[in-house]
Design a protein. Structure first.
Ligand code: BGC
Length: 350
């Protein structure tokens, strides 16, 4: 009998702790939902945020969803049920978390869309990201300058590899780059031999290196047996790595290596940059975004004005947003940007 009473008391205490979100520690709990551990950047984003939130006195529930939208949905629902006071979500599919967002709203749990905007739902409180359109324009401008499109006679051959269609960012990156390069395609100075220049045609499911590689191999086989490729605009590093693998294995004119763009400054891609196989990447300092997010959460939970510098429309509302600045990195400035800033140690790039 005594055992039963003690059991009931213990159970009740655990329920209260879970509901209060403090798990007995008195700390507010933040739920962080990241898409995948497969890409270096999300591991860094998750690690930095965990560190910074814990240093600021929060408890953290950090989950990775293996790039599976249904796993992410149930992880976020668990965070809601286990007493998280605020959610930070980098969505796998921008529109697939609606039911969880509604549940969060019913419990008055604010939601921050992290890096990727949560679409088609009004229960998104804030968006913390880098300027996604600008990432694309930086890539486009890099190609424009590298090929000297305004002065050189051309024509030049270019191909495009974009990101996952379910990720709202992917369209922004592609549009940013296309807005810089489209005029040159229209005038014939840039030629897309594959004919594939619409986002739907050049998109890469799951941003996967393997998917990008197999499409690039097909394009090279079909169009570039005896033609030079001058540029390959890739929206990020994981896709650029696939294109570089395809060039390595299928491209005959290795002495005329194309300009290859990327984004993230993943270690593999920086190594490719040092080896002359990827020409540039866009650096988005994940430490900056993590810090911004911690600041935002503090301002929300302390009922202070939340600092924003933009808005993004998610088809249901204008989401107040904070956009951090991306910068380009190449072989000439990587030391200053990546090493001197302490982002990487020199020997990680060997
Ligand atoms: C991020 C990129 C990343 C890509 C693939 C995008 O939403 O903004 O930094 O390379 O997802 O994970």
């Amino acid at each position: 009998m005594l055992k039963k009473i003690l059991g009931t008391i213990l159970c009740a205490a655990m329920c209260v702790a879970a509901l209060s979100g403090c798990a007995g520690s008195g700390k507010k709990k933040v739920g962080i939902s990241m898409p995948t551990k497969d890409l270096q950047r999300w591991n860094q984003d998750g690690d930095y945020m965990k560190q910074k939130f814990e240093a600021a006195g929060y408890e953290v529930d950090l989950q990775y969803a293996g790039n599976k939208a249904d796993t992410q949905l149930s992880q976020v629902e668990n965070m809601i049920n286990s007493g998280c006071k605020v959610l930070v979500i980098a969505a796998i599919e921008s529109s697939s978390l609606g039911t969880a967002l509604d549940k969060a709203a019913a419990k008055k749990i604010p939601v921050i869309a992290y890096d990727r905007l949560l679409m088609d739902n009004e229960n998104v409180s804030y968006y913390a990201t880098f300027d996604n359109y600008k990432v694309g324009t930086i890539q486009g401008e890099f190609v424009k300058k590298a090929l000297d499109l305004d002065n050189a006679a051309g024509p030049f051959n270019i191909e495009f590899t974009a990101g996952d269609p379910g990720d709202n960012n992917a369209g922004f990156f592609f549009k940013g780059a296309m807005d810089v390069l489209k005029g040159y395609i229209d005038s014939g100075k840039l030629v897309v031999q594959s004919g594939e220049k619409e986002f739907e045609k050049v998109a890469t499911a799951e941003w996967s290196t393997a998917n990008a590689q197999s499409r690039a191999e097909n394009i090279i086989n079909a169009n570039y047996a005896d033609k030079q490729i001058d540029a390959w605009l890739c929206s990020n590093d994981s896709t650029a790595q696939g294109v570089v693998n395809a060039l390595d294995s299928r491209y005959a004119m290795k002495d005329k290596w194309p300009v290859v763009t990327g984004q993230d400054c993943d270690i593999v891609s920086v190594k490719n940059m040092l080896a002359g196989k990827q020409t540039m990447s866009v650096f988005k300092d994940t430490r900056t975004l993590a810090e911004r997010t911690v600041t935002m959460v503090g301002q929300i939970l302390d009922n202070k004005t939340v600092e924003t510098n933009n808005t993004y429309n998610n088809n249901k509302k204008e989401v107040p947003s904070y956009l951090c600045e991306p910068v380009f990195a190449d072989i000439n400035n990587y030391k200053q940007i990546l090493i001197d800033s302490g982002y990487y140690k020199e020997d990680q790039l060997k």
